[in-house]
Design a protein around this ligand. Structure first.
Ligand code: OAD
Length: 237
């Protein structure tokens, strides 16, 4: 981008595409998770009320699986940017894996929750959780057996939207990486960013539902596009 030198504050939105090369399934498209499971069966509060064992087993499997995966060069490049960027920076991720953190990033906000958290709906506390939930382990704080995956299901409100909009208000650049632009409110952030005067850049394997909203779209695998872009931004800063 020609005017990269004038950028100080950056908001980055990431989606499943940034973790695809680490071996974590994306949601949409051929072989995607939502082709193998119906959203209504495993990812809504109604599904959890109807068949909690099915839902807990689904997330137990996903929680176990992500612990066997490793960050890829896209995650480590964003971590480098986080370390070296002197201005404001926020990585807003829709991902519920911990690969941004394990890659070394610190300024990360999980708007759709985290696999490695359990949320007690009795006392409203959250706990770091790597084990299964299917046997209804007690909440370490209150002892109740009301722990659920700390995942934002369809029909629930994403987390920390005020912080996200606050960061967008100060952003000079909004970058979207590896997301299909199919799920709101995340998919609408690019429009908020534009209205607030930020430059917009999309890095994705293919054109997405949101591509038309970005000033620039670069197509390719995140493991190549993201390190190249980070090099460019740090070089220009
Ligand atoms: P999707 O599965 O909808 O989209 C993944 C995007 O990543 C697609 O546009 C792919 O083209 C792109 N992609 C795939 N491999 C890539 C690669 N190697 N490099 C770059 N891009 C690649 O995933 P999300 O947009 O993250 O919500 O989905 C949004 C939300 O829908 C998720 O957070 C989840 C899901 O339902 C919840 O679970 C609450």
């Amino acid at each position: 981008m020609a005017v990269m030198a004038s950028i100080r504050n950056i908001v980055i939105l990431t989606g499943a595409g940034i973790s695809a090369e680490s071996g974590i399934d994306t949601f949409r498209g051929g072989g995607g998770l939502w082709e193998q499971h119906r959203v209504e069966d495993v990812a809504t509060p109604e599904a959890f009320a109807r068949d909690p064992d099915l839902v807990l087993r689904f997330y137990d499997m996903r929680r176990a699986a992500i612990q066997t995966k490793e960050p890829n060069p896209a995650h480590t490049a964003l971590a480098r940017l986080d370390r070296e960027w002197p201005g404001e920076l926020l990585i807003v991720t829709q991902n519920v894996d911990d690969l941004h953190e394990r890659g070394g990033a610190r300024r990360v906000l999980h708007m759709h929750g985290e696999h490695l958290n359990a949320w007690c709906t009795a006392c409203d506390r959250r706990h770091r959780w790597t084990a299964p939930l299917i046997a209804r382990p007690p909440c370490p704080a209150c002892g109740s057996s009301a722990l659920r995956p700390d995942i934002v299901w369809f029909g629930e409100m994403p987390y920390r939207m005020d912080e996200i909009y606050g960061a967008l208000r100060g952003a000079d650049l909004f970058v979207s990486i590896g997301t299909s632009g199919a799920v709101y409110p995340a998919a609408g952030l690019v429009r908020n960013a534009r209205e607030l005067g930020a430059q917009t850049l999309e890095l994705n394997l293919e054109r997405s539902q949101g591509s038309a909203w970005f000033a620039e779209t670069r197509l390719g695998p995140a493991s190549e596009l993201v390190p190249a872009w980070v090099e460019e931004v740090l070089g220009a800063g």
